[in-house]
Design a protein around this ligand. Structure first.
Ligand code: CTP
Ligand code: MG
Length: 242
């Protein structure tokens, strides 16, 4: 294989949210977790993974917390492992942050390089899950995502939380990240979705809207998204065992 034409794998980390549900003074991605910040734990999974060529991080313009990390800690770390860290500006919704990141990446990457979009707020991702995605999706045309089969019985309710029905769960999966797609395919799909007014909450939704069927790869259940205050304690527990 000619290594110069081999497709590269890039991590794209949307980190421009305000963390409303967390209710903390500072955005949740900058809260302390196991001796670093949440976002540093997330980034280090990709910095340490041998198949990841470089990283794009989307942050709010002028974000002082990111500046502190990037200037005072990250440059040093990235110098030693020589992975590029590209900074993009976040948008109003997660889908805008991801699209801005892909646009920033376009001048550094090939159209058919792979991007692995991963929430900054999921610091418990295991390297083995990245391995599974790369192994199972690299030969596909339209990529896929990490997911978890629904374990609980699922109910549909009305606004008063009265149960209307029990939903058949055998076909239901929870969508996690990373979500892995070819760069241009995803950029075009997100751009089309946004133009059509669909503010998709994950990348797969944009690909689905374009008529393709992304694959689901079963992930590790510890890959939680820090959303509410208790999730941070769960994540601490994860790090104490790993
Ligand atoms: N995100 C982003 N740009 C936005 C909104 C979210 O880059 N405009 C990022 C978040 O920083 C997070 C990921 O997308 O890493 C997943 O979003 P979520 O968990 O919903 O984070 P927040 O939007 O910050 O939280 P909340 O919805 O509670 O406000
Ligand atoms: Mg949000």
């Amino acid at each position: 294989m000619n290594l110069n034409t081999a497709k590269k794998y890039w991590a794209v980390i949307p980190a421009a949210g305000v963390g409303k549900r967390m209710g903390s003074q500072i955005p949740k991605q900058y809260l302390p977790l196991a001796g670093k910040t949440v976002i540093e734990q997330t980034l280090s999974v990709f910095l340490q993974h041998p198949d990841i060529h470089g990283i794009v991080v989307a942050v709010t313009q002028g974000d002082p917390y990111w500046q502190e990390i990037y200037e005072h800690q990250y440059i040093k770390e990235s110098d030693s492992n020589e992975k590029p860290i590209i900074v993009a500006i976040g948008g109003v919704e997660r889908c805008h942050s991801v699209l801005n990141s892909l646009e920033a990446l376009s001048s550094h990457a090939s159209d058919d390089d792979w991007v692995l979009v991963h929430d900054a707020a999921r610091p418990c991702l295991k390297a083995a899950d990245i391995d599974c995605l790369i192994e199972q999706l690299s030969e596909t045309k339209s990529g896929g995502i990490l997911g978890l089969p629904m374990a609980d019985t699922v109910k549909r309710c009305d606004k008063e939380q009265k149960i209307l029905a029990t939903v058949e769960r055998s076909e239901l999966w929870r969508a996690l990240t990373p979500q892995m797609f070819p760069l241009k395919l995803l950029k075009d799909a997100l751009s089309d979705a946004i133009k059509a007014g669909a503010l998709v909450t994950d990348e797969a939704s944009a690909i689905e809207l374009s008529g393709l069927k992304p694959q689901i790869v079963e992930g590790h259940p510890g890959n939680i998204k820090i959303t509410h205050p208790n999730d941070l304690q769960l994540a601490e527990l994860f790090f104490s065992f790993n």
